[in-house]
Design a protein around this ligand. Structure first.
Ligand code: MN
Length: 236
């Protein structure tokens, strides 16, 4: 006999969630998929080959650090086991519907909204793992590695355009245009849906432009995406 489905041996973990602009309800986070090498200039700065397509990796849903209604994530802790914590500003797609093998021309139908996210990375560890051909989880999927702003509901069928940027202590570090992405939002979702059955609550980080760099304790990080929102936090 299996136990009733609401009978756990200890309290189940809370569902991570994000504030939604103009809504009382919150966006429940299921899992976090990420695209790497989706901007040509960043792929080059990381030493990648121009012929390589973008790649997917993942973070656990509970790596999310949710912002308040103003886009502030407060203090994000400097993680253990790194001396080279890097910022990567990214457009994040927040799914309200799921699907598998979704065609590009229907992919934006899955989108609930968009948010600004920072893919925090233990770069020194990532470089060591890459050199050995080992998995990236310890470099990418650590606790509090995904600060996220407020979810802005999508205008049906339209992906954000325009500028994406990040500053540290007021100094510009990253700035690009979303149409610099190698895979568009629709192409990214279509590609992801060939590898996973996408579901409501999934977040997809769409990659970062050039200008990634180190953060130290006390740094004030601000960033944004035109038409989507802003994010701010202090490195603890
Ligand atoms: Mn990234």
């Amino acid at each position: 006999m299996s136990a009733p489905p609401n009978d756990f041996v200890f309290a189940p973990p809370a569902v991570p969630s994000l504030a939604v602009e103009g809504a009382a309800g919150r966006f429940p986070v299921r899992r976090i998929l990420c695209v790497g090498r989706n901007y040509a200039a960043h792929r080059r700065e990381m030493g990648g080959d121009d012929r390589d397509p973008p790649v997917f990796f993942a973070k656990p849903g509970d790596a999310a650090v949710a912002a308040d209604a103003a886009g502030s994530c407060g203090v994000v802790p400097y993680p253990s086991a790194t001396g080279e914590l890097h910022h990567e500003i990214e457009l994040v797609v927040c799914l309200g519907r799921g699907g598998r093998d979704v065609p590009v021309e229907r992919a934006l139908e899955l989108v609930f909204g968009y948010a600004v996210g920072v893919d925090l990375t233990r770069r020194d560890l990532q470089n060591k793992l890459k050199a050995k051909g080992h998995p990236w989880e310890a470099a990418k999927g650590f606790d509090a590695s995904a600060p996220l702003g407020v979810v802005r509901p999508a205008v049906s069928g339209v992906a954000p355009q325009g500028r994406i940027w990040l500053a540290v202590n007021g100094d510009a570090r990253q700035e690009a245009r979303l149409d610099d992405m190698i895979w568009s939002v629709a192409e990214t979702l279509a590609q992801a849906s060939r590898l996973w059955a996408l579901a409501p609550g999934d977040l997809v980080f769409t990659g970062t432009p050039e200008g990634v760099g180190p953060l130290v304790r006390g740094d004030r990080v601000t960033g944004g995406v035109d038409g989507v929102g802003v994010i701010a936090f202090t490195v603890g």
